[in-house]
Ligand binder design. Structure first.
Ligand SMILES: Cc1cc2nc3c(=O)[nH]c(=O)nc-3n(C[C@H](O)[C@H](O)[C@H](O)COP(=O)(O)O)c2cc1C
Length: 279
């Protein structure tokens, strides 16, 4: 596995990074682009070109959508004061720096309007409709992310948008039956972050049936690689009574995160119910 930034004059992608041997003729430009993804957390102040937003949202809308319901909305925020607030609430300072912030919102509000308009009462709600809307929003977001990256832009998802569900709903005037699922910063990158290692393929891919065989060994390998890559060097999760691990890699980082629920994301069900969601 290589950690250098370039292979023979082009950026390192996941195939290079993980040393994955695949038939070269199957790896086209689209797949190489996907395999070069890295979250960007520093942006140049350059303005975005006219018409970009419409291009990106068209790409987002081209994603598959459950029953063609299109159960999501995207709120584009360029206003500096709003981005400052969103940066503060989400605890991601670069939200104020990126010229564009997109809030992805699962949306049953519009569908309720549709039912009413046609003279029906909306009976579809509950966890299934919540899943439908969340999945739709996420698929649209990833299409948009890829389109942005194909144009040389950088993006970062902002799950921190959910820290202050209620304040975000007020700031963006989100109607009941919607909520800010996550945000996304968009802009020209001011640095070139490394492509991050992912779990070994055999951990994620199960053939014909689920299997844990070889999991511990593969996790150990991944842990060593992530520790060595230095991504957690300045980002250790603090937990009470933490033992000092031999290596601080993905395993310890992830386990600590799981042992310490995020204080700002508690009681999500009740909070979403207050925003008009029915489970
Ligand atoms: C739904 C979602 C929410 C995320 N929220 C944040 C966030 O609030 N702040 C942040 O810096 N990165 C956030 N990320 C980015 C992840 O940390 C990042 O994708 C992961 O560490 C892998 O790194 P990479 O994207 O560079 O490959 C989020 C990613 C996703 C998919």
């Amino acid at each position: 596995m290589s950690c250098s930034g370039e292979v023979m004059g082009r950026d390192v992608d996941r195939f290079d990074l993980e040393g994955r041997r695949v038939p070269e003729e199957l790896v086209n430009d689209v797949i190489r682009l996907m395999a070069r993804h890295r979250s960007v957390r520093a942006y140049r102040p350059d303005p975005l070109p006219e018409g970009l937003l419409e291009v990106l949202v068209t790409a987002a809308q081209s994603a598959s959508t459950s029953s063609n319901l299109q159960a999501y909305s995207i709120v584009a925020v360029e206003d500096a004061e709003k981005r400052r607030l969103l940066a503060e609430w989400s605890k991601n300072p670069f939200v104020a720096q990126a010229p564009l912030f997109l809030a992805f919102c699962p949306d049953l509000h519009r569908l309720e309007r549709v039912a009413q308009r046609q003279g029906y009462e909306m009976q579809s709600a509950g966890l299934e409709m919540f899943i439908v809307a969340v999945v739709d929003a996420a698929l649209a977001a990833q299409n948009l992310a890829l389109a942005a990256e194909s144009l040389g832009l950088g993006i970062c998802y902002i799950g921190g948008l959910r820290n202050e569900l209620e304040k975000v709903a007020e700031l963006l005037r989100l109607p009941p039956g919607t909520f800010g699922l996550f945000g996304m910063t968009v802009g020209y990158p001011a640095d070139a972050p490394r492509v991050r290692h992912r779990l070994p393929l055999e951990v994620v891919l199960h053939r014909e049936e689920y299997s844990d065989a070889g999991l511990d060994e593969a996790l150990g390998r991944y842990d060593a690689v992530t520790a060595e890559s230095g991504i957690y060097a300045k980002r250790r999760v603090a937990v009470e009574d933490a033992r000092e691990p031999e290596v601080y890699g993905w395993l310890e980082h992830t386990a600590r995160r799981l042992a310490r629920p995020s204080a700002s994301r508690l009681h999500m069900r009740e909070r979403l119910e207050r925003l008009g969601w029915v489970f």
